[in-house]
Write a protein that binds this ligand. Structure first.
Ligand code: PLP
Length: 442
């Protein structure tokens, strides 16, 4: 077993780490040097069970040989080509593959390099769509409380997590938010979708009345709130939101950065919930996390609205140096093959029942106040320690890591999203480790 020496504080200082308490981390660094299947290898030579698929992204497990080989081969053959006025065959092949997985008539694909960029792209597409149709007053964007849509100014503006927004304003004007459709008095410990709460969708009617008919461009929601705490939508909620958007000419955007590519047992959550949005934002599992990539999947109606200009004009003045990067396209095509060949979306759907039983077995454990789940996603809320919110989350995270299990905690909420290749015995180990951690905490 190889051990890598822990770097000195000086060596760690230059990397300003994202979403990290840098000073605490650098006192107790957590470094990984390898990964295969369900396990990470740490710098001190331990094998750690990955309970969070990296960061909700490594859906097929780590270092899938076909994905590794595809990236290597692509790097040798064509390392880079822009997609501004040129491109490469794999980009078109991947767009067609994604369109064939998408619901309804979401037939067009705009490539980005991350979920954040895909969100901002989708918001711009929505505004431009209304502009192209002459509805110039439709500029307002509606997000939802607890929503996470990445860290671009657009995504932060429509996002609903206060601490991500507070210090960076002014954010985009013309933004408003729906409430989180969740009432703990009626829905705590729901298994899957809560039965109560479809009426939360009717808040959109109030926002239309408040801002004026014909002023809202788009509503963006995660079909299952992810980073904000894994909140599956109440039964009927998304359908009601869809109906209201259609009735009032508002585009509906699903941010499926987490829920896409098998996480809920289908290609997209739109399919699971039987609701077709006008745009889907995706990333993460698209390449199995192996190369950064995101995309906005766009309906034919929205795309066609951009095609009214003379054919020699750029229809959408937007894009990234690395849009449709050859390595990302190669990784994504290989990931889609792995998902299909190993039937991983079906596997996730089959395992979802076992997963649900396992996570709900934590009910009654010390400090557990709520448990939510759908597909291979789950959240466990802990009662905060008085005067020290977040401390129990940190303590549990550390206890699990000491027992060679990687979980994610946001404040006092545990967020779980294992690779879809997790076995029943690994699910049992994950839950036993959390149980043991909770039992030792005060
Ligand atoms: N949207 C959702 C729902 C996410 O969960 C995330 C990241 O976790 C993003 C957008 C942002 O993606 P990225 O971190 O790739 O920019």
């Amino acid at each position: 077993m190889s051990h890598t020496p822990t770097p000195t504080a000086d060596a760690l200082a230059p990397f300003w780490m994202p979403f990290t308490a840098n000073r605490s981390f650098k006192e107790r660094p957590r470094l990984f040097t390898g990964a295969r299947g369900m396990y990470y290898r740490t710098s001190d030579g331990r094998q750690v069970l990955d309970g969070i698929a990296g960061l909700w992204c490594v859906n097929a497990g780590h270092a899938q040989p076909a994905i590794v080989a595809a990236i290597k081969a692509q790097a040798e053959q064509l390392d880079y080509i822009s997609s501004f006025q040129m491109s490469h065959p794999a980009a078109f092949e991947l767009a067609a593959r994604l369109a064939s997985l998408a619901p309804g008539d979401l037939r067009h694909v705009f490539f980005t390099n991350s979920g954040s960029e895909a969100v901002d792209t989708a918001l711009k597409i929505a505004r431009g769509y209304h502009r192209a149709r002459g509805e110039t007053a439709r500029t307002k964007l509606i997000g939802r409380a607890r929503g996470y849509h990445g860290v671009g100014f657009g995504g932060v503006s429509v996002g609903g997590i206060g601490r991500h927004k507070r210090d960076f304003g002014p954010l985009l004007p013309d933004v408003d938010h729906l409430s989180l459709p969740y009432d703990p008095t009626r829905s705590s410990f729901s298994r899957g979708q809560p039965s109560a709460g479809a009426e939360y969708a009717d808040e959109l009617s109030s926002l239309i009345a408040l801002h004026g008919e014909g002023t809202i461009a788009a509503v963006i929601v995660e079909p299952v709130t992810g980073s904000g705490g894994v909140f599956p939508p109440p039964q009927g909620y998304l359908r009601r939101l869809r109906e209201l958007c259609t009735r009032h000419g508002i585009l509906l955007i699903f941010d499926e950065v987490i829920t896409g590519f098998g996480r809920v047992g289908r290609s997209f959550a739109a399919e699971l919930f039987g609701v077709v949005p006008d745009l889907i934002v995706c990333a993460k599992g698209m390449t199995n996390g192996a190369v950064p990539m995101g995309a906005a999947l766009v309906s034919s109606e929205v795309f066609d609205a951009y095609m009214g200009k003379p054919s020699d004009q750029i229809e959408f003045p937007h894009g990234y140096t690395y849009s449709a990067h050859p390595l990302a396209c190669a990784a994504a095509l290989a990931a889609l093959d792995v998902y299909r060949d190993q039937q991983l979306f079906e596997r996730a759907a089959e395992l979802a029942g076992t997963w649900q039983e396992a996570v709900h077995s934590l009910r009654g454990m010390p400090f557990v106040t709520d448990i939510r789940n759908v597909g291979l996603l789950a959240a466990i809320d802990l009662a905060p320690l008085e005067g020290a919110p977040g401390a129990r989350g940190v303590a549990l995270n550390q206890a699990c890591f000491a027992a060679d299990v990687l979980i994610r905690t946001a404040g006092d909420t545990v967020l779980l999203s294992p690779p879809l290749v997790i076995s029943s015995s690994e699910i049992a180990r994950l839950i036993e480790t959390i149980t043991a951690g909770l039992r030792t905490m005060s």
